[in-house]
Design a protein around this ligand. Sequence first.
Ligand SMILES: NC(=O)C1=CN([C@@H]2O[C@H](COP(=O)(O)OP(=O)(O)OC[C@H]3O[C@@H](n4cnc5c(N)ncnc54)[C@H](O)[C@@H]3O)[C@@H](O)[C@H]2O)[C@@H](O)CC1
Ligand SMILES: Nc1ncnc2c1ncn2[C@@H]1O[C@H](COP(=O)(O)OP(=O)(O)O)[C@@H](O)[C@H]1O
Ligand SMILES: [K+]
Length: 497
Amino acid sequence: MAIDDTRLVTPAAMGAIDAAAARGGIDSFTLMQAAGAHVAAVVLAHYPDALRVVVVCGPGNNGGDGHVAARLLMQSGVAVARFGAPPKPGGDAARAFTECPGSLAPLEDWQPRAGDVVIDALFGAGLDRAVGDDVAAVIARAEATGTPVVAVDLPSGLSGRTGAPTGPCFRAEHTVTFAARKPGHLLMPGRALCGRLHLCDIGIPARLIASDDRLWRNHPGLYSDHLPVADAAAHKYTHGHLAVFSGPLISSGAARLAAVAGLRAGAGLVTVASPPNAVLTQASHFTAIMQRALGGADALADWLGDRRLSAFVLGPGFGDADKARAFTRQLADTGRPVVLDADGITAHAACRDALGAAFGGAVRLALTPHEGEFARLFPDLAKDPALSKVDRARAAAAMLNAVVVYKGADTVIAAPDGRSAINADAPAWLATAGSGDVLAGILGGLLAQAMPVFEAACAAVAMHGLAARRAGIGMTAEDLAGQVRPPDHSAADAGRT
Ligand SMILES: NC(=O)C1=CN([C@@H]2O[C@H](COP(=O)(O)OP(=O)(O)OC[C@H]3O[C@@H](n4cnc5c(N)ncnc54)[C@H](O)[C@@H]3O)[C@@H](O)[C@H]2O)[C@@H](O)CC1
Ligand SMILES: Nc1ncnc2c1ncn2[C@@H]1O[C@H](COP(=O)(O)OP(=O)(O)O)[C@@H](O)[C@H]1O
Ligand SMILES: [K+]
C-alpha cells in the first residue's frame, strides 16, 4: 500500500491517527509487529556483520517495537541482548515483551563491545521531557565508543514536534519511522540526529493520515498546478515585469543577483532601479536586464504608474532603512506582490505592525528572513523555546498577513492561513554569500508571473535547491543565479529527504 510521504504529522496528531485506526478495527498489536519487523529488516540490511544487536527498550510502545524487533532478529540467528525496564502489564508492549524469549537486563549493565549495533527503542512519540540519567549514560556510552545506533521512530531524546533535543539525545545512523514523517525528522538539528530516515508503511490507511496539521515537506504537489504556463501566444509582458531595487554603488551586486535569477525564473522583463550614482555600474553588467535611475519617492510614484510592473523585490544590498520603509509603503499601496528580503526586513524591525497593516487584504507580501533577520523582526517569537521553527514561521506569517520563507538548512515556508512546508533537500553548499539574493529574485520572478504567494514561495525554494545542485559544490552565488531555470512542469518529485 502506498503511503502519502509528503504529509508531516506531529506526534500528538499521530496519537490521534493511531486511535482512529484502532476505532476502525485495526489491531494495534498488528501495527506493532509490522513496526518491529521494519526495524529488524533495516538492521539486517545495513549491519550484516554485526556481532551483537543491543536493544535498549523503554516502558512504552516504542519499547514494544524493540521487543518485536529483538524476537525477529533472534529468529534470524542474530545474537541479541536486551536492556531496559519491563513495560507496564496489559498493553501491546507487555505482550511483545512476553513473546520475546530471553531476559531483560538493567540499562546500566550494557558494556559496549566491538561489533555491537544498538537499537534505540527507549522513547519515541511519547517523549515529553529530558531523558533520565540512566538513559543519558547509555547515550554517552554509545557515542564514546562510536557504536552505530538505529533509532525506532525517533532518536530517544529528540522532540518529534520541534526537531530539538529535550536534553541528551542519541545520534542515529538510521531512523525507522512509521506511517508519516514527523516535523522533527526534517527540522534541524533533528534531521542530522536521525541519520538516514526510513519511512515505513505499517498498515495504517492513508486516509487516516489526513491530519489537520496542514504541514508538508516541500514538494511539487504544493505548487505545480499554479506554475506559469508557457503559452504559444505569449509575449514578454504576459510573463510580467519584475522590478528589483538596488542599493548604493558599493552594495549593488546583490540586486544584480536577484535580477538575473528573476529573469531566469521566467519573468518577461526585469528592471533594476538604482540610485542615480549606481546606474553606470549596473549598466556595465547588464544586457538583457533593463536599468532605471530612481532617486526618491516622487520618482518611484511616477514609475509605479506603469501598471505592467507586476512584482517587486526590495532589500538585497539596499542599505538605507528610511528609504526602504518609505518605498515599501508606496509598493504596498499598489496592491501588487512584494518580496522583502535582507535590509528590507531589518528596516521594519521597529515598525512591524505597521508593515502588516500596510499589507492587509489578499496576501501579497513575502518575507525571506534568515535566522538573524527573523530574530530582528520577531524577537518575541525567536526567543520562545517552546515554539518549533514551524510554529515561529506560522505565527510570523499570521502576524503580518505575509508568506514567510524562514531560511536555513530546514527552510520553512508558512502562509497566514497556516499552510506550511519544510524544505529539507537543499544542498549544504547553498550557504554561500549572495545565495539569499538569488532566492529573493526567483520568488520575485514567479510572483511577476502572477503565481499565488505561498505556491510561488514553495516553488522558488525548490528551484533554488535544484539550481544549487546543477551548479555543484564550490559554486558561487553568480554560478547559482546562472543555473536557475524556469519551473519544470514535468519535474518528478525531487524529494530526497
Ligand atoms: N499504533 C501505534 O500507536 C503505534 C505506535 N508505535 C510506537 O509507539 C511509540 C509511542 O509509544 P508511547 O505512546 O507508548 O510512547 P513512548 O514509548 O515513546 O514513551 C512511553 C512513556 O514514557 C514516558 N516518558 C516520556 N518521556 C520520558 C523521559 N524523558 N523519561 C522517562 N520517561 C519518559 C511517558 O510517560 C511516555 O508515555 C511510537 O514512537 C512508536 O515507536 C508502533 O508500535 C507502531 C504503532
Ligand atoms: N546548510 C544549509 N543547507 C541548505 N541550504 C542552506 C544551508 N544554509 C543556508 N542555506 C540556504 O542558503 C540561503 C542563504 O541565504 P542568506 O542567509 O540570505 O545568505 P546571503 O545573505 O549571503 O544571501 C538560504 O536560501 C538558505 O535557506
Ligand atoms: K527511539
